[in-house]
Design a binder for this molecule. Structure first.
Ligand SMILES: Nc1ncnc2c1ncn2[C@@H]1O[C@H](COP(=O)(O)OP(=O)(O)OP(=O)(O)O)[C@@H](O)[C@H]1O
Length: 490
């Protein structure tokens, strides 16, 4: 039954004929503290999580389309990489570079090293771009060199840091003497007394602490990478930590900033952090990924959101999916994630939830269960909006539309960057996915409209009055991605 019909039309209709009794959005706090818990062993990144199919054939079509972010004219061989690194790439089934890899690598690897501010759409292989530069620059000729940090990668969350460690391990597996260290918050018992490794990947607060306490020697560092750089530099606490870390590093260090988004105010700042940098940038309208079908669903109120969610999951058997709820440190928000988890579990779904309120090793267990497919549905906040690469994710739900904050208060604007990063958890590297945003009041509908205008993208309405066609439409999109996979196996 159409719930919107019950109130006289869709939200879109009601905007043109506004209903003053439309429910107001509830208050929310700014994004979660992403630095608050213990460590775990490095978990493999995407390559350990490859689904049992490959998108190779279709991918090669995409990679021949000059308008596609995966397009490239060169091969990895032509980019002048060490044969042992090339072996790592082919073991990971990387056949051709993506556009950002092809463009960034010559800039990154040239000598004398130059800084880089690099932007490309979500899921287009930025991790490999900065990893290949780092692996190419390492001196692993002596044991002392192998055990002294030469490259440092900072990431905003422990999950992303662990994922990057996994990618470097895979890509550098044929490099003898390569040792990678993870610097994420941990309890005292598990804290390393010395970072004896060639590459360190960590979160800024922990790295700052380790350098200060002389656990990590920064004097031989040649490369500093900030992944999700706009996010790190824009958050007050984390931005300060990044600046303090950089101040303790050699002055000649190559600074590399990567993200899918660089809003103008951060871009200015990025240029100060990485002076004289080469730049690879995108326009607003180039940012959305074509393979992600963007939809929205009208809901009359919070309860209807939940009912629609359950209805949707009743209809669909998708690979893995992520449900994003409001980003907040607020206990109520956390419990709303927990509440959805509880109710979904009761419906028989294998669900896990990860919010900023969960502690370190517990967090690792949740993300590991999701990566392995033990939990098919992950309910989370913005804490996992960025960087997380699980290629089986075919559906993303914005249960709450991401909303911008200023001075710790909610504004009436959407958080454009977060929207893009959240939906970018699907449709990775040429795959196809669906992103559904729930709107439950006039303000949310207005934010949705602003998102469409900002990115010049189309977000189609799902008609909840006709669940049969909802089912068909979503299944068709998701089936396309399976068809693509099947095609690739032949
Ligand atoms: N050249 C390549 N060939 C095949 N697969 C690739 C290639 N480069 C990257 N990939 C795969 O594409 C996926 C996305 O890569 P990655 O996580 O680096 O994207 P990203 O650009 O950093 O995304 P985000 O902006 O969301 O952080 C990964 O699963 C990775 O293994």
């Amino acid at each position: 039954m159409s719930d919107s019909a019950a109130t006289g039309g869709s939200l879109a209709d009601r905007i043109s004929n506004p209903n003053p009794e439309a429910p107001a959005a509830t208050d929310d706090a700014p994004s979660a503290n992403q630095e608050d818990d213990g460590a775990g062993d490095a978990l493999g990144g995407s390559s350990l999580q490859e689904p049992d199919y490959s998108v190779e054939v279709k991918l090669s079509d995409l990679q021949q389309d000059p308008d596609n972010p995966l397009f490239s004219v060169k091969s990895f061989e032509q980019l002048g990489l060490n044969p042992l690194i090339l072996n790592g790439l082919s073991a990971m089934n990387f056949r051709k570079p993506s556009k950002v890899q092809e463009r960034a690598l010559p800039l990154l690897m040239s000598n004398p090293p130059k800084n880089l501010v690099g932007q490309s759409q979500s899921g287009t292989g930025k991790t490999a771009a900065f990893t290949l530069n780092i692996l190419s620059r390492l001196d692993l000729s002596t044991e002392e060199a192998q055990l002294t940090p030469q490259a440092l990668i900072l990431a905003p969350t422990r999950e992303l840091a662990r994922q990057i460690v996994g990618v470097i391990q895979m890509m550098g597996r044929f490099l003898e003497g390569l040792v990678i260290g993870t610097a994420v918050p941990t309890d005292a018992a598990n804290r390393p007394t010395r970072m004896q490794c060639s590459v360190v990947v960590g979160t800024p607060g922990t790295v700052q602490d380790m350098i200060k306490k002389r656990i990590m020697n920064p004097t031989q560092l040649k490369v500093l990478v900030l992944d999700e750089a706009d996010n790190m530099l824009d958050q007050q606490g984390m931005g300060d930590q990044c600046i303090r870390v950089k101040a303790m590093l050699p002055r000649t260090i190559q600074v590399v900033l990567f993200s899918a988004t660089f809003p103008a105010h951060v871009h200015q700042y990025a240029n100060k952090f990485a002076p004289g940098a080469n730049e690879i940038t995108l326009k607003h309208d180039e940012l959305t990924v074509e393979g992600i079908k963007q939809l929205y669903m009208d809901c009359n109120d919070e309860e209807e959101k939940y009912n629609n969610l359950v209805h949707l999951y009743g209809l669909l058997t998708v690979g893995s999916s992520i449900i994003f709820v409001k980003a907040s440190n607020h206990p109520i928000t956390r419990s709303s994630a927990a509440e959805i988890e509880r109710r979904m579990l009761a419906e028989g779904h294998t669900v896990a939830s990860l919010t900023g309120g969960i502690e370190g090793t517990q967090r690792d267990a949740v993300i590991d269960a999701f990566r392995s497919g033990d939990a098919k549905v992950l309910i989370t906040t913005n804490v996992l909006a960025r960087g997380i690469d699980v290629s089986t994710v075919s559906l993303v739900i914005n249960y709450d539309i991401p909303q911008a904050f200023e001075n710790n208060s909610r504004t009436s604007e959407p958080d454009y960057q977060t929207y893009l990063h959240r939906i970018g958890r699907t449709g990775r590297f040429g795959r196809i996915g669906v992103a559904i945003t729930f709107v439950a009041n006039r303000q949310e509908w207005e934010m949705l409209r602003m998102i469409q205008t900002h990115f010049l993208c189309q977000i189609d309405r799902i008609d909840t009055g006709d669940w049969d066609s909802v089912e068909q439409m979503i299944k068709k999109t998701i089936k396309n991605s399976r068809a693509q996979a099947k095609f690739a196996q032949q």
